[in-house]
Design a protein around this ligand. Sequence first.
Ligand SMILES: [Fe+2]
Length: 451
Amino acid sequence: MTRLVGASKLTWLVAGVIASTVAASAAVIATANLQPEIGGWLGLAFWVVIALGSAAAPVRMPGGTLVNTTFAPLLAAAALGGPLAALVAAALGVTEWREVRSLLRRADSIPWYGTAYNHAAVAGPLLAGAAVYLLIAGTGFEPTAMHLVAITAAGVVLFAMNTTLTALAIAFREGRPFRAIFMSNVRQFGISMAGLAPLAWLMAAMWVVAGPIGILPFALPLYTTRAGYQKVVEIRDMFTQTVKSLAGAVDAKDPFTAGHSLRVQIIARDLGKEMGCSEEDLEALEWGGLLHDIGKIGVPDAVLLKQGALTRDERILMNAHPVKGEEILRPVEKLRPELPIIRHHHEWYNGSGYPDGLIADQIPFLARIMHVADSFEAMTAARPYRMTPLAEEEALSELRKFSGIQFDPDVVVAFERLLQRRPGWARSSAAPPPVRSIPLLGKHEAGAQPA
Ligand SMILES: [Fe+2]
């Protein structure tokens, strides 16, 4: 039922945005002319090509957001040529190769309404930006401070509206809170996007002074900006791979837990999503899921792999793994948010867990989520002490039985809800995490199924 409501909201959003953009475009085409500064249709074509060049090579950021530097040439075209130029530049200039490929091969990787929405989510906001520009600076572009203010204001409108529309689409599609998605994108891209507005002003100024030749020097900064994004992604990938191999080292020590960390990562993330966690918290759950048992590296194999009950001393060694894990990862600045999850993933809701015996709300919220994800995965996988894994229903009834004792009741309820909606979800979730975030400027992959 929830999914149906979500789907119909998404349909209304897509239809509404496309329809209102078409209506606004018709009004602009009927009433506006190109302003002379842009140099007629040929000049506009040049700006479309520049925009296409920046859109052709988007960088996929962690989380699936696609970023490109099209913002600058689009704003410059709007400032130089007015609303009609803005409309044409946005409608054509944000086309990507993958969209053309989809259309040519009739492949359904991006449905037509997805492409239409993506273009409308840039064209509409850019038109609004062009209107704000006109209000502040009037018609015509001059390389003055007033026009810099106007172009920056137009950029803010473009960025805010585009981010809102893409975040809304993701929120409706995936049933996640809008605010978390929106804020995460503003934090991630707001500053770099703000830098592109003055660049747009400079490009427009150079165009007025020197024509197309004046724009060529900008190819380099646009390229280096893109290269900068690319580097961020590469470094992040490297970090991810390193962390994964670290987590794999624990799994490799114990054949019974092979793949455990990866599955816990996915279950914890989905559970966090169900509980309305912010993007930052979801990320902490993902890393925390991968690394929660990293402290087991320090547990002797004789204890870790022992079949049968552990002695008191062995139990002490085994139960030290959350604290050891925290100690191992403490020097890694980037993993600070994950430390409480790792330290407290064996705390019990009634206070009888370890290492600190925290009770209820004293236990960090994300650690309570991790505890349920970890326990469910462990119950439904073969272990030395229980060769036959529990069935999903049996494991769920264990969670219910210990709700309020071992597990946070709210987390158990959310887990149950998720399992009801997606039977088999927790066992079939060994796939790599799907693309989960927002394209900016604004490529949201409409039509893809919720994760
Ligand atoms: Fe553990």
